[in-house]
Design a protein around this ligand. Structure first.
Ligand SMILES: Nc1ncnc2c1ncn2[C@@H]1O[C@H](COP(=O)(O)OP(=O)(O)OP(=O)(O)O)[C@@H](O)[C@H]1O
Length: 888
């Protein structure tokens, strides 16, 4: 225009008629007023107009305010110009954005950069975004810019009409929508890096528009602390699961949002492929690894959208298990959903300040409170500032420092926490809360539920709760750190478990469940991804976000759980929800451990649910599972929940009754006394067990005492699988400290580590491919027999030597062995007489030496010299070869 103006001045006379004609045309096109005409003509007015443009990013003289689609379209086309236009400041009509020429663009850009630095990295807004700011005067500069830019770019390709037709756009214009927003915009200003990563997938979603609106109606994102002194969350019932909140929550799994309404409205039931499946209840699903982290989704909200479950690749527990449709999207994967439940804030369900109540803080002196550094102020911790809620409490605070990411779930992330004052570790579960994000409120609700339940639980097979606190707008739960990861992760990384491992894990899960059920509490999300394993093989139930305390025989059914592990009655809502749902899930978990996959994994979401809910079929039980295992699974998978045994009843099932815990206690120092030898070793085992038992409550004690009394290793019905493997490396465990001279000198036997990702029993190269016979590195360690050794023991107790509760068996063996004089030369085959003959020649050898040398030499003999053991040798506890002198 300026160029044209200059030219026009120099040729005023000649072009006068043309000039008039141009303005006429221009005015006609723009429909500007005659006043505007004057402004353009006068230099002063023009300058004023340019200022206006610079300020507001618009060249238009502010005449028209009509957000017509055509103007939106022009704005969009403007994005493609070489000189991107800065974000117009509040108050500017979007229609003018598209009419700025390059010169003005530069001017306005520089101005905006002076005003707000963040603008420099922001992208050009689209008209739809701009229109979503009904009251620009309320907007915070930075946040406004960020919000608008962040989301507009994603929508820039959409036709203008799409914006106009969008209900959200309409909301933006009317300013009526006030809840739910995309964290991608909400968190631009102060979201932590971890959360930012979660949003980095950049999934294009209509929620962006909503987020724009959020920024428009909410001048600045307000964390909860801005509303209430401490974390305050709506009371139960005030938390709502918004179907579209899966888009807005940084940590929310869409599968947590699986609502009946959505299901009913989805293609699934719209097409009525499985009309007999009725979804009733609140609609909660949670993810398996989520879960995803775990790979499969738990449902715990409205099951919005299609049943397309995607694994969360950002999660350390992202699962390659071939159940792609059932895996959790995880926090970084957002799936579009747009349905709105009746309880959506838009429908009047927005939690308000008046509805909130204070988060019940856990008792400061929690069971394992020693892990908290009460004397320390969290304020000294750079990463874990002192909770405002405990600012007045001298015992409050901690010095837990947030470390690496351990996993991600539907609600948030779990980090390693380290207390640098005490050298202790914990798992820190973190969720970011936004008062205006209903999904965040849902997460808070489930967190509260988890805190509420966990704080009352203390059991060796349940992850111990240490405490919780809020810091700013984040909620933290401190939990016992279980470093081995989940069963799901182990399966993914190492393949299916051997039967002894399955037995042991199942027994421990059952112990935890029996304890839980004795407290009338349902876990509701039993699956491999929610069961953690420590390096010693101790198993712990985790993730109580779905847990529920029931008062009567059953609770109102809600659609909670993870589909593949979900009981039929949950899917069908036929029999309410009772403790038996966990038993069904346990049966599925046993199959998962045996095959790496849950039952019906070959079916995708809805089909799997149909199989579970409507068919009479039992899932395929692998042949390699023992008959006891098969029977156990069948009992768990009784379709009628009343036919399923209780957890405590199942503890007596032969499949688990004599299961040898895999965990190996560290021998007490006195046990290392070579003089005391085996006897002290037995004491050490007892001591280790005593330590464990000391943490048990009465429920646990009753369960275990009865079981221990019943246990008779000589009557073991345990089936010895052909392949036995250990889930952890014998040399990787700190408990595997050799006492042998060789090991003292740092000479270790070759590692019998099974190759990762192979099926149980796979041989390592060290095994020569003929079936690994990894022999324990010392006497107290496990001895792993695989193919070729199958005829040796009838009972695993005498062979798979580990576990404190079955130390009798181990001790029995060593009691026999320590008395070298009682070892018959018959024990030794003609080919393999080196070891035992040696002991036979030294009948008075010290027991300690016997053990060490036995282990080491056998290990070397078997692994290094390929010595074959006479398969007729019976090393079982009641073997005549291992006779016990003096009745021991
Ligand atoms: N106590 C713990 N010790 C070690 N790692 C843990 C612990 N708790 C959780 N994790 C890790 O974090 C992951 C996610 O934890 P968790 O399942 O409790 O979160 P969530 O948000 O409740 O997940 P979900 O979506 O399954 O409900 C786990 O799979 C595990 O890898």
């Amino acid at each position: 225009m300026l160029t044209w103006w200059g030219k026009s001045s120099s040729k005023e006379t000649k072009k006068k008629a043309n000039k008039e004609s141009f303005f006429d045309t221009l005015h006609r096109k723009l429909r500007i007023s005659s006043k505007g005409k004057v402004s353009i003509r006068s230099g002063g007015s023009r300058r004023h107009c340019n200022d206006t443009i610079s300020e507001k990013g618009d060249h238009s003289p502010c005449g028209s305010r009509s957000p017509s689609p055509s103007k939106v379209a022009r704005c969009q086309s403007f994005i493609d110009r070489p000189h991107a236009q800065p974000l117009p400041l509040p108050g500017l009509h979007p229609s003018s954005v598209g009419r700025v020429d390059s010169e003005i663009s530069i001017s306005s850009k520089s101005r905006l950069e002076k005003v707000s630095k963040p603008l420099s990295f922001l992208t050009l807004p689209t008209p739809g975004c701009i229109r979503c700011r009904p009251n620009p005067a309320d907007l915070d500069g930075d946040m406004v810019t960020a919000s608008v830019f962040s989301d507009c770019s994603a929508d820039s390709d959409e036709p203008a009409d799409s914006h106009n037709r969008s209900p959200l756009a309409i909301d933006c214009e009317t300013g009526t929508r006030t809840a739910a927003g995309s964290p991608s915009s909400l968190m631009l200003k102060d979201q932590p890096p971890a959360v930012s990563q979660l949003n980095s997938t950049g999934v294009k979603k209509p929620g962006n528009i909503l987020s724009n609106h959020m920024s428009s109606t909410s001048p600045k994102r307000r964390p909860l602390r801005n509303h209430v002194p401490n974390l305050q969350v709506p009371p139960h019932g005030a938390f709502y699961s918004a179907p579209d909140s899966s888009l807005s929550s940084p940590s929310r799994s869409p599968l947590r949002a699986f609502g009946t309404d959505q299901v009913l409205n989805s293609a699934f039931l719209a097409g009525k492929p499985y009309p007999e499946i009725n979804f009733v209840g609140s609609g909660h699903c949670s993810s398996p690894g989520s879960g995803h982290n775990s790979g499969h989704n738990s449902m715990g909200g409205d099951m919005s959208g299609p049943l397309l479950w995607q694994p969360s690749r950002g999660s350390p527990e992202y699962s390659p298990v071939p159940s792609p449709r059932m895996t959790s999207p995880g926090p970084s994967s957002r799936i579009q959903s747009g349905a709105v439940t009746p309880i959506h804030p838009k429908a009047g369900g927005t939690p308000t300040e008046s509805q909130t109540h204070r988060l019940p803080l856990p008792p400061l002196s929690v069971s394992n409170s020693s892990l908290f550094s009460h004397s320390n102020s969290a304020a000294t911790s750079p990463s874990m500032p002192r909770s405002p809620a405990r600012a007045d409490n001298p015992n409050s605070g901690s010095r837990w420092k947030k470390g690496k990411l351990l996993g991600s779930g539907s609600f948030g992330h779990v980090y390693l926490g380290f207390n640098s004052e005490r050298g202790e570790m914990c798992a820190v579960k973190e969720v970011t809360l936004f008062s205006d994000d209903p999904k965040s409120m849902e997460s808070a609700k489930q967190f509260m539920q988890e805190i509420h339940l966990l704080s009352r639980l203390q059991h060796p097979n349940i992850v111990q709760y240490y405490g919780s606190e809020t810091v700013d707008n984040k909620l933290y739960i401190y939990l016992e750190y279980v470093s081995g990861g989940s069963i799901h992760k182990l399966l993914r990384e190492y393949g299916q478990f051997g039967e002894l491992v399955i037995r042991s894990y199942t027994q421990q899960i059952l112990s935890g469940l029996a304890y839980l059920h004795a407290k009338n509490t349902l876990h509701r999300d039993i699956k491999g991804a929610n069961i953690l394993v420590d390096p010693t093989g101790r198993v712990k139930l985790a993730d109580f976000g779905m847990a529920k305390h029931i008062t009567g025989q059953s609770c109102p059914l809600s659609f909670k759980g993870t589909p593949y592990w979900m009981a039929p009655e949950v899917i069908k809502n036929s029999n309410g929800c009772n403790l038996a749902v966990d038993i069904w899930s346990l049966g599925c978990t046993v199959l998962e451990m045996a095959t790496t996959k849950p039952p019906w994994f070959q079916y995708e979401g809805v089909a799997a649910m149909f199989k579970i809910g409507n068919s009479k079929e039992l899932p395929t039980i692998p042949d390699h599972l023992s008959n006891e295992g098969k029977d156990f699974v069948r009992k768990c998978l009784q379709r009628n929940p009343h036919d399923r045994p209780s957890a405590s009843e199942l503890l007596d099932h032969p499949f688990v009754k004599n299961a040898a815990p895999l965990e190996r206690p560290i021998p007490a120092p006195e046990a290392l006394d070579p003089v005391s030898g085996i006897t002290q070793g037995a004491k050490a085992l007892a001591i280790g067990q005593g330590k464990n038992l000391s943490s048990l409550d009465s429920d646990r004690l009753s369960v275990h005492s009865s079981r221990f009394l019943k246990t008779n290793p000589h009557e073991s019905e345990i089936h010895i699988p052909r392949n036995i493997s250990c889930p952890v490396s014998p040399i990787g465990s700190p408990l595997l400290r050799s006492r042998s001279p060789q090991h003292r000198n740092g000479k270790m036997s070759p590692s019998p580590i099974s190759s990762p990702r192979t099926a149980s029993g796979a041989s390592t190269p060290l095994a020569g491919g003929s079936g690994a016979i990894p022999f324990g590195n010392h006497s107290k360690q496990s001895i792993y027999f695989q193919e070729g050794f199958g005829s040796i023991p009838k009972s695993s107790n005498g062979v798979y030597m580990n576990g404190h509760s079955h130390h009798d068996s181990n001790v029995d063996i060593f009691r026999g062995m320590q008395m070298g004089s009682h070892i018959s030369p018959e024990l030794v085959s003609s080919e393999n007489d080196v070891l035992v003959k040696q002991f036979a020649r030294h009948p008075h050898a010290e027991p300690y030496d016997f053990q060490s040398v036995l282990a080491d030499r056998v290990g070397r003999q078997l692994l290094g010299e390929h010595v074959k053991i006479n398969p007729s040798i019976d090393l079982s506890p009641n073997s005549s070869l291992l006779s016990r002198p003096n009745g021991l």
